[in-house]
Design a protein around this ligand. Structure first.
Ligand SMILES: Nc1ncnc2c1ncn2[C@@H]1O[C@H](COP(=O)(O)OP(=O)(O)OP(=O)(O)O)[C@@H](O)[C@H]1O
Length: 303
């Protein structure tokens, strides 16, 4: 089946700054895909390429089968998109902008928009320039979702929303995916994302460090801890891909992907290591391990 979003070896620089380097992703239909990354990781650049606002220096990007560099307008008409700073007609009221925008879409748009505005508790008769940041974000979200698009792209969708609306909004993304729609959202809110995402992509300094279904990522990544007999000794790494190692006195901690079932066998009585244990890693722990360049012996594969 064709991917809803496909990026093949996409790179983009701004002068000396590498915003994206050789990024390839295929996102299937019917999933919530969360793009995570620190400030400046390249998330917005990737979204601007997908929505045709920016062309890559090299590589190919398609959305719903359309090439992003040539069909930006068609893509933006077909999808729902909310940027990190949505531009709205400030002098309009929410009820007016809904009515105005409905002219570009099918008959159901206005009814769905009005329902969303009620659900989000936005006052329909106040000018947009006089609404709070969160209320404006809700209007932008309602406009982007009221035509029930196949694909919804959201750059930092929950910033400015209060906790109740965030929860309601994120749950509605899961409902969309269950109906076969696809949602791509960029976020810093790792804990929130962990509750709703099916797939995770982690960008770090323009490089896609990881892209995987969240279930597989969680079940394959462990936090391994151990105690050294002598704090000056060096312990063998556990068998698997060590994403990060940290040491605090005699305490060792590793984040390991694909920890082998018999990993404890490598630590015999004379290994100088005791109190071995492994627990599943949280998404936040995985994110830090992938992005933290201070890890002392990072990204090592031990077999
Ligand atoms: N128009 C531009 N001109 C110059 N540099 C840019 C431009 N747009 C982005 N960059 C640079 O590209 C890199 C990636 O920026 P981008 O906005 O994609 O990051 P981001 O992951 O969305 O960050 P944040 O989470 O802070 O919004 C940054 O170093 C940024 O300074």
């Amino acid at each position: 089946m064709e991917s809803v979003i496909s990026l093949k070896s996409v790179s983009k620089r701004f002068g000396q700054t590498i915003a994206l380097e050789d990024v390839s992703i295929d996102i299937p239909a019917g999933v919530v895909f969360a793009l995570l990354g620190e400030n400046g990781a390249g998330k917005t650049t990737l979204i601007r390429i997908l929505t045709g606002f920016l062309n890559p220096d090299s590589g190919d990007a398609t959305v719903l089968g359309h090439p992003c560099d040539k069909a930006g307008l068609s893509i933006r008409q077909a999808i729902g998109y909310v940027s990190d700073s949505p531009a709205l007609y400030e002098w309009m009221r929410p009820e007016e902008i809904g009515w105005f925008t409905s002219a570009f879409y099918d008959q159901g748009f206005l009814q769905r928009y009005q329902q969303l505005i009620v659900d989000f508790d936005v006052p329909g008769g106040v000018r947009l320039k006089n609404l709070s940041k969160g209320q404006r974000a809700k209007v932008a979200l309602a406009l982007a979702t009221a035509h029930d698009p196949q694909l919804l792209i959201l750059d930092e969708p929950t910033s400015g929303l209060d906790p109740m609306v965030r929860r309601q909004f994120l749950e509605s993304m899961v409902d969309r995916a269950a109906l076969g729609r696809t949602v791509l959202l960029s976020s810093h809110q790792i804990n929130e994302v962990e509750r709703v995402a099916d797939w995770i992509g982690i960008l770090h300094q323009g490089h896609l460090k990881l892209v995987e279904p969240l279930d597989e990522l969680r079940s394959s990544t462990s936090i391994v801890t151990a105690t050294l007999d002598d704090s000056c000794a060096v312990a063998a790494l556990p068998a698997g891909k060590v994403l990060m190692e940290s040491k605090n006195g005699r305490q060792l901690r590793w984040v390991v992907k694909g920890l082998s079932d018999d990993w404890k066998n490598s630590y015999g009585e004379d290994s100088g290591v005791t109190n071995l244990s492994a627990v599943p890693a949280t998404l936040e722990e995985i994110f830090v391990a992938v992005c933290d360049s201070r890890a002392s012996r990072p990204q090592i594969e031990v077999s």
